[in-house]
Design a protein around this ligand. Structure first.
Ligand code: HPA
Length: 253
């Protein structure tokens, strides 16, 4: 086991960590199967961090087929205790337009049919115990969220330090009516990968928080133009400029 201060899971458009040096690439197997790709451990501006691309480095794994359990278990296996989840999202709330970075503090789960717990009853010997019903009132680790917000401040990265993430099933984008309902529900952001990842992290005892990268206005929230993958990727790239510094600062503290 290595001493890894922070693990980063990259989402759509973030398939590697720019500036990661001296990379040690690990192919890891877990009791839940194989993660989406190799875990790359290296030095980022003087800090040791691990990186895993949630959808695989060639974006071959769609959101509903990601083995979220294996991804998190792999990061735990290499010794990471804190996970920074980068999630590419659509913006719903007025403050969450394209290229905004946000650190949500709440989520609503609209996904279905995903393997959403590590507990499998008799199959795992019923070892759930107290940890079976995790407290999920605050779905993200509060201290880690505060550190992300502080790291953004120190590195001069502009960040909205709150928000409610709505996790949809995908892989299709939402209808305008679905987004209107999510807005009424209180969602500021919409993405396809926030759950079950956040809950599984808690079950596995990992500190976990989300840094959402707004790639587009969600359906019906912007000018009404079609959402294209080219727009999504261009906005993610533009919004990710300050990420290496922010991640390194977070890893430091
Ligand atoms: N909806 C859901 N997921 C997304 C979106 C969106 O508009 N943009 C990027 N990921």
């Amino acid at each position: 086991m290595t001493d890894i201060s922070l693990a980063v899971i990259g989402g759509t458009g973030v398939y590697k960590l720019a500036d990661l040096q001296d990379v040690d690439t690990r192919e890891i197997d877990t009791v839940y199967g194989k993660p989406s790709g190799p875990v790359r451990i290296g030095m980022l501006l003087g800090q040791r961090v691990a990186f895993l691309a949630r959808h695989g480095e060639g974006h071959s794994v769609p959101p509903h087929l990601v083995n979220y359990r294996a991804n998190l278990a792999a990061l735990k296996q290499i010794g990471a205790a804190r996970v920074l989840a980068l999630n590419t999202v659509g913006g719903i709330g007025n403050d969450f337009g394209p290229r905004v970075l946000a650190c949500p503090d709440q989520l609503i789960d609209y996904t279905w049919g995903r393997v959403s717990t590590i507990w499998e009853g008799a199959a795992d010997g019923g070892h759930g115990g107290d940890a079976l019903h995790i407290d999920f009132g605050d779905p993200y680790t509060t201290l880690l969220r505060h550190k992300i917000i502080a790291a953004a401040r120190v590195t001069g990265v502009s960040l909205v330090g709150h928000g409610c993430y709505g996790a949809t099933q995908g892989p299709r984008l939402e209808t305008k009516a679905e987004i209107a309902r999510m807005k009424r529900d209180g969602c500021d952001l919409v993405g396809m990968t926030g759950m079950p990842e956040a809950a599984l992290a808690r079950e596995l005892g990992l500190d976990y928080a989300c840094l959402a990268i707004v790639a587009n206005w969600a359906a019906g929230c912007g000018t009404g133009e079609e959402i294209t993958m080219a727009e999504v990727l261009a906005n993610v790239q533009a919004a990710s400029n300050g990420l290496p510094e922010l991640v390194a600062e977070l890893a430091r503290g």
